[in-house]
Design a protein around this ligand. Structure first.
Ligand SMILES: NC(=O)c1ccc[n+]([C@@H]2O[C@H](COP(=O)([O-])OP(=O)(O)OC[C@H]3O[C@@H](n4cnc5c(N)ncnc54)[C@H](OP(=O)(O)O)[C@@H]3O)[C@@H](O)[C@H]2O)c1
Length: 344
């Protein structure tokens, strides 16, 4: 069978609801220097994909060439290398790889994707494509959030950390990593999933539906917001004097630029950050974290992937991409697309 004839992608043909997602033929090209082509066996569909489909971040992503229609979403991939460009070392055709690419208009929700070789690593043994595809985007964002807040294994052992949104994909990874580093973690999240936070090492859990954040004591050395921008000030008020820092992934950076344009949006971002810094204890870092690929972190992820908790995912063929969008959008759980196996 000719692989080219099977090439397809799930693309948003307009900005709007899940009905905008259509499976279309994909034109493949040979990888350029430094690139590899990967046959995508699994690609996760994250909340950001749903939001980008609806137009979120469109102004900023346009500047990066990442908002062109038809828009193929998706950052994570796990699959098999099918072609290698000039100057690539360490990866060959037939290798099983996984990784995360930066936002683009030619994402991983496709049977084949071109990625920079530095955004991929060899898969660790004994891990499925599906499990590995669910990790990189979340892990790399959490890894950056930890660094942005100034938190590392060397300075957090034995100290208290607050994780808001701990029952989500990012939060659960953060609880696990921080607990491994010896931090005393309080996990805030929703209902039954809090048991997963306990299993990941949290010492205390708070059900966000039953207890207000304002009830938390002001004794944390660091805090992370993976849940809700409106709670950022409350979380900062939970930091003790001498705290290390706070990072949030749910900041209004892209939203401000969507609303006000690049210049006024950037000024609004600066003003909001300045205001929040006045709430943080003196000396504590305050950061808005943004996902970015990171090869060293990806290599580290490959080493520890077997031990990481992953939130439950439902698998969809590429032809079911619109349904997968609805699944994530209605908060029924995570979704992973299976592009190659669906079309083979
Ligand atoms: N800045 C970046 O580059 C970047 C990168 C990755 C992710 N993100 C963002 O980071 C956030 C977390 O990502 P994720 O993949 O972990 O999402 P997720 O799996 O949907 O988890 C979200 C978490 O936040 C909680 N939550 C949701 N709405 C809330 C509210 N109104 N008040 C309090 N808690 C609330 C959820 O609790 P329940 O379990 O009760 O629903 C859950 O614990 C998302 O908003 C995502 O878009 C940003």
């Amino acid at each position: 069978m000719n692989a080219t004839s099977l090439a397809a992608a799930a693309a948003a043909t307009a900005f709007g609801d899940a009905g905008c997602i259509e499976v279309q033929p994909l034109t493949r090209r040979a990888p350029a220097a430094g690139e590899i082509e990967v046959a995508v066996h699994a690609a996760s569909l994250n909340p950001i994909d749903v939001r980008r489909r609806g137009g979120y971040g469109r102004r900023m992503f346009s500047l990066l060439g990442a908002a062109r229609l038809p828009l193929v979403l998706g950052n994570d991939f796990a699959g098999i290398v099918t072609a290698v460009g000039r100057g690539v070392s360490g990866l060959r055709e037939g290798d099983a790889v996984f990784g995360a690419r930066p936002p683009s208009s030619a994402g991983t929700h496709a049977t084949h994707v071109l990625v920079q070789a530095r955004h991929a690593v060899l898969q660790p043994a004994g891990q499925s494509h599906v499990r590995l595809a669910a990790m990189p985007y979340n892990f790399l964002t959490v890894w950056r959030a930890l660094a942005d807040a100034g938190v590392a294994a060397a300075n957090i052992s034995g100290r208290r950390v607050l994780v808001h949104g701990a029952t989500g994909g990012l939060g659960l990874l953060a609880v696990h990593l921080l607990s491994q580093w010896g931090a005393i973690v309080t996990a805030v999240g929703g209902g039954d999933s809090l048991a997963l936070c306990r299993a990941a090492g949290a010492e205390a859990v708070l059900d966000r539906h039953g207890s207000p954040l304002s009830a938390l004591p002001r004794h944390f050395a660091a805090s992370f917001n993976f849940a809700n921008w409106d709670d950022d000030a409350l979380l900062l008020r939970c930091l003790a004097d001498g705290a290390i820092g706070h990072a949030t992934t749910v900041h209004p950076m892209l939203g401000n630029i969507d609303r006000f344009g690049l210049l006024r949006g950037t000024l609004a971002n600066m003003a909001q950050k300045r205001r929040m810094r006045t709430i943080a204890p003196p000396g504590a870092r305050y950061a808005w974290t943004v996902f970015a690929p990171d090869r060293d972190a990806l290599r580290f992820l490959a080493d520890i992937a077997h031990a990481l908790p992953v939130t439950a995912t439902t698998q969809f063929p590429l032809a079911g991409a619109a349904e997968a969008h609805r699944h994530v959008e209605s908060r029924r759980g995570r979704a992973v697309l299976l592009p190659v196996s669906a079309s083979a």
